[in-house]
Design a protein around this ligand. Structure first.
Ligand code: C5P
Length: 241
């Protein structure tokens, strides 16, 4: 995953490895590695198979890793977890943290990663897309409108030294406008016109997501559930080029 200005279209695509087992995930990595920029590995696979084991196996298969652990704890604990991730080696290119952990937690993560020989890009998760306006207000007690709260947390991430944020493509243009060109934007909720929507609601096509300011696209089922995953990934890259 090189820096965005030098990215080819296929390098902008990160495949969500939402596979039930490490073996199935590795099959996808070997099929897709030439066609995409990397692989998002999340809590399910890491909890089932063990994060160091998953990282080592995906790295051995040649995959660059977006480690979506969504860290959220006291600063000291998150700093320790970030150091542990940095020690997993150069294949881990991106790591997620919850912005709602607050400035001290985010700054502790940045400090823990600084100087590591293999420092992943640190990405803040703003508001989960499963949280709607009512849940934010009534369950989480946040009075601000959802869109304003997302922008607030994206600016917090930038001000604390994070490299980027994960956001809906529908939030990308506003975040880009508020946070400037340097903050990396990674967007899930992406669907080519020819793919099933599934349970995603606020979707955008890959080309529209990039036009809205996204740098990387997280795409799962349109690729992984396709009859020919490599062909689906190549088709997406061709639509971006
Ligand atoms: O299969 P699909 O393309 O919907 O996969 C999208 C991936 O991005 C899944 O791993 C999902 O958990 C993740 N994600 C998301 N929306 C968010 C954050 C993460 O869809 N807001």
């Amino acid at each position: 995953m090189p820096n965005p200005p030098t990215l080819t279209p296929h390098e902008r695509v990160l495949v969500a490895l939402d596979a039930p087992s490490l073996a199935e995930a590795l099959t996808l990595v070997s099929l897709l590695r030439p066609h995409v920029g990397g692989f998002k590995v999340g809590l399910e696979l890491c909890t089932a198979a063990g994060t160091p084991r998953v990282v080592a196996a995906v790295a051995a298969a040649g995959g660059a890793i977006f480690l979506d652990l969504k860290l959220h704890d006291i600063p000291n604990t998150v700093a320790g977890a970030v150091r542990a991730v940095c020690a997993l080696g150069p294949a881990v290119r991106m790591l997620t943290l919850h912005c709602q952990g607050g400035a001290a937690m985010l700054r502790a993560a940045v400090a823990a990663a600084a100087g590591a020989p293999h420092r992943p890009l640190l990405l803040g998760v703003t508001v989960l897309t499963s949280i709607d306006e009512a849940a934010l207000r009534d369950e989480l007690g946040v009075a601000a409108p959802l869109a304003a709260h997302v922008l607030h947390l994206a600016q917090l991430a930038r001000d604390c030294g994070l490299d980027g944020v994960v956001a809906s493509p529908h939030e990308a243009a506003a975040i880009r406008g508020a946070c400037g060109p340097a903050l990396l934007l990674v967007t899930p909720g992406v669907r080519p016109t020819w793919a099933a929507t599934g349970d995603q609601r606020r979707i955008m096509t890959p080309a529209d997501a990039l036009a809205s300011g996204a740098d990387y696209l997280v795409i799962g089922r349109p690729i992984t559930a396709a009859p020919d995953p490599a062909a689906a990934a190549a088709r997406i890259a061709s639509e971006l080029g």
